[in-house]
Design a protein around this ligand. Structure first.
Ligand code: ZN
Length: 350
């Protein structure tokens, strides 16, 4: 039994972090994919989603998943300059390879550039190429055709849409259209961060359209303090925890590791008056549903067809695919990652 000192101690056992920022990245980071996944797994967490402003994280998640059993690891794609901004071909490829979230532009959003005096970085961290960024709507406020195409792809794949650093007006237009074309999972990325910094009536409007606010520890972090914990607690009370998520949004060096940041955030919001049941909904049940964890295959389907799996020789079979007679038990599936040099290979040990 846990010993308690003061307010009841919450934990992140079974929790899911839909938004963390590991290294590699162009911004300084506290820890890499592997360390963050291991720390989250050791804290008992069920899943993490890794986000990078400058790289698609789907393949990174695939390898971390192979290396760290006991936790589910997912990736996605952020539509910044490195993929040519709003690029349906990049989205389609990422979704087919297992992306679970498609994030609208972040540091390369037009609105981000307007607020921060240029795209590519923040007040305190630089990393991208600068410039004016990209908007998802045209001069009349209509969504660009490529955005509609991207929304349709997200709907087809049952993935999550993240609104990121768009302007409040763009977010309203985007969420309305997303719902219209059948996107069921719409996450409103850190509503009280410097961008988009939604006011409460706009946030309520977006929630009514079907968006789910994703509050991040990073927003209230000591270094940035874009909002107070009280403001987050009040917003949760206003729109209802069944529509909300808590995430770490950490990886920055001035913040704790994502698993610890999520714990501190959950505990803080709890102490500001949100019920334990509501915290549970925001860190466990809601993200679980968004990731479809009940039906998510343990690995991307095609892993059964990888070279390593193909090289695995089932026990009892005398002949491998190379026609060479193998003595003793073959490599079981669990050992399939062990590469055995073959006769004739440059590295073969004769
Ligand atoms: Zn983030």
């Amino acid at each position: 039994m846990k010993r308690e000192y003061g307010a009841r101690l919450l934990d992140v056992d079974g929790a899911i972090d839909l938004h963390c920022h590991p290294f590699p990245d162009l911004f300084p980071r506290l820890a890499d994919d592997l360390d963050i996944a291991i720390a989250a797994r050791n804290a008992g967490m069920k899943a993490i989603v890794m986000k990078c402003h400058h790289e698609n994280t789907v393949s990174r998640a695939y390898f971390i998943q192979r290396m760290v059993p006991g936790i589910r690891v997912f990736g996605g794609i952020v539509l910044n300059s490195y993929v040519g901004y709003l690029n349906p071909a990049a989205v389609e490829a990422a979704l087919k390879m297992g992306a679970r979230e498609v994030w609208m532009p972040t540091v390369d959003a037009g609105y981000h550039a307007q607020v921060h005096g240029g795209a590519g970085g923040y007040d305190a961290q630089k990393g991208g190429r600068g410039g004016e960024g990209v908007w998802v709507t045209d001069n009349e406020g209509k969504l660009k055709p490529e955005v509609n195409e991207i929304l349709e792809l997200i709907a087809q794949h049952g993935a999550i849409l993240g609104t990121c650093h768009l302007s409040p007006k763009e977010i309203v237009a985007l969420v309305a259209k997303a719902r219209e074309v059948g996107v069921d999972k719409v996450v409103v990325t850190h509503p009280f961060f410097k961008v988009p910094n939604l006011d409460l009536p706009t946030l309520e409007e977006i929630v009514r359209l079907g968006g789910m606010p994703e509050f991040g520890y990073c927003t209230i972090s000591p270094a940035w303090q874009y909002a107070s914990p009280e403001k987050i607690a009040a917003a949760v009370a206003r729109v209802g925890a069944s529509r909300c998520l808590l995430v770490s949004d950490t990886g920055q060096r001035h913040n704790p590791l994502p698993s610890e940041a999520l714990r501190v955030f959950a505990q803080t919001v709890f102490e500001k008056g949100v019920s334990e049941q509501d915290i549970d909904m925001m860190i466990r049940r809601n993200p679980y549903d968004l990731l479809d964890l009940d039906s998510a295959p343990p690995m991307p389907d095609d892993v059964a067809e990888t070279w390593a799996a193909a090289m695995a020789i089932p026990a009892g079979h005398e002949h491998g695919r190379d026609g060479v007679v193998h003595h003793g038990p073959g490599l079981g599936a669990d050992d399939a990652h062990v590469t055995r040099p073959r006769s004739g290979d440059p590295m073969a040990v004769e």
